[in-house]
Design a protein around this ligand. Structure first.
Ligand SMILES: [Zn+2]
Length: 334
């Protein structure tokens, strides 16, 4: 092979190299220690002077040219390698951002609202910062009433406090609306309680109020039974026990059959087979008078369901504090 053929072959191969590895092999093939061009250059010393000059010139030029060509090609291939790294596949699916979901308490609250709406109730809202009048006085709990001891709370001043119950909205709503009416008031309440597995300083209630001409205890029981059946998605036995609240007469506790043991008795229901879920009663004439209604004309019932308790029973959670900790390991389960 003469030098000219060598040059043509070498340049053609270098230009056609498809990757760095191939290029490296070509560099060794021509310019390596035992490379074809290297051999020729090495053989120069054995040649006659004029031949040596002629071939030497050409060979050195070729070496220079080949070096430059390989270097140039190396840069090209390197660049295309980078381009591969930066190449964007527009058909690839996007990165999914982790999606959150509603807190279990909010999920339950919305379910409760939906069920009561299906029973003809409106969902209303009321202030968390309440006056002494609406929270206590209008509900027949005067300043010296012992019921205030059980509902000690956080006072802003003598007149303003964080509401201890959602019940102030009974009078608030009735003052502005004419009967007949059916409302529920879900929301946060506050008491100065010590925190334990079933008590928190901040908890959620759902107040209920129904006022019409012929409302009886039976109306209350039937509405609550319908609610519980839908909420737990099964038939739930209930019973009423007498109780006392200053703003209802008669007052009672509505118990439901313990769903954990099906009424046989377990640690959750303290072996009674029953759980207190919804305290309530018939609206006291005093409360109707506070709102400007005639107690001779209107009747009604009111209740204050503990929402946290409903969440705990629905999901079988044994500590109310879990609902407030914001622990993702707990919350991700719902
Ligand atoms: Zn039980």
């Amino acid at each position: 092979m003469n030098l000219k053929e060598l040059r043509d072959a070498a340049l053609k191969e270098v230009l056609g190299a498809k990757n760095l590895e191939e290029l490296e092999k070509l560099e060794i093939k021509y310019l390596g220690r035992k490379g074809e061009l290297t051999e020729i250059l090495r053989g120069l010393k054995d040649m006659a002077e004029d031949e040596r000059k002629k071939i030497g010139n050409f060979a050195n030029q070729l070496k220079y040219e080949l070096d430059g060509m390989i270097e140039k090609k190396r840069k090209e291939l390197g660049k295309s390698l980078e381009a591969v790294k930066e190449w964007i596949d527009i058909t690839a699916p996007g990165k999914k951002l982790p999606a959150g979901h509603l807190h279990p308490r909010t999920q339950v609250m919305r379910q409760v609202e939906k069920i009561f709406q299906s029973l003809g109730f409106s969902v209303i809202d009321g202030p968390e910062l309440e006056t002494d009048y609406y929270n206590f006085e209008a509900l027949r709990i005067p300043k010296d009433h012992p019921a205030r001891d059980m509902q000690d709370t956080f006072y802003i001043n003598d007149n303003l406090l964080l509401r201890t119950q959602t019940s102030p909205n009974q009078v608030r709503y009735m003052e502005k609306h004419n009967p007949p009416l059916r409302v529920i008031v879900p929301g946060k309440c506050f008491r100065r309680d010590s925190t334990d597995a079933s008590h928190e300083v901040q908890f959620y209630q759902v107040e209920g109020l129904m006022v019409d001409k012929n409302i009886s205890v039976a109306s209350f029981k039937s509405v609550i039974s319908a609610f519980l059946k839908q909420f737990f998605n099964r038939e739930v036995k209930t019973r009423l026990r007498p109780s006392f609240f200053p703003f209802t007469e008669p007052s009672f506790e509505l118990d439901m059959e313990c769903l954990i043991c099906d009424g046989k008795g377990c640690s959750v229901c303290k072996d009674t087979g029953w759980l207190e879920v919804i305290p309530g009663g018939m609206v006291h004439p005093f409360v109707f008078k506070s709102a400007g209604y005639s107690p001779y004309e209107w009747q009604g019932y009111a209740f204050g369901m503990g929402l946290d308790r409903m969440v705990m029973m629905k999901y079988k959670i044994n500590d109310v504090r879990l609902l407030n900790f914001g622990d993702m390991r707990f919350l991700k389960q719902f």
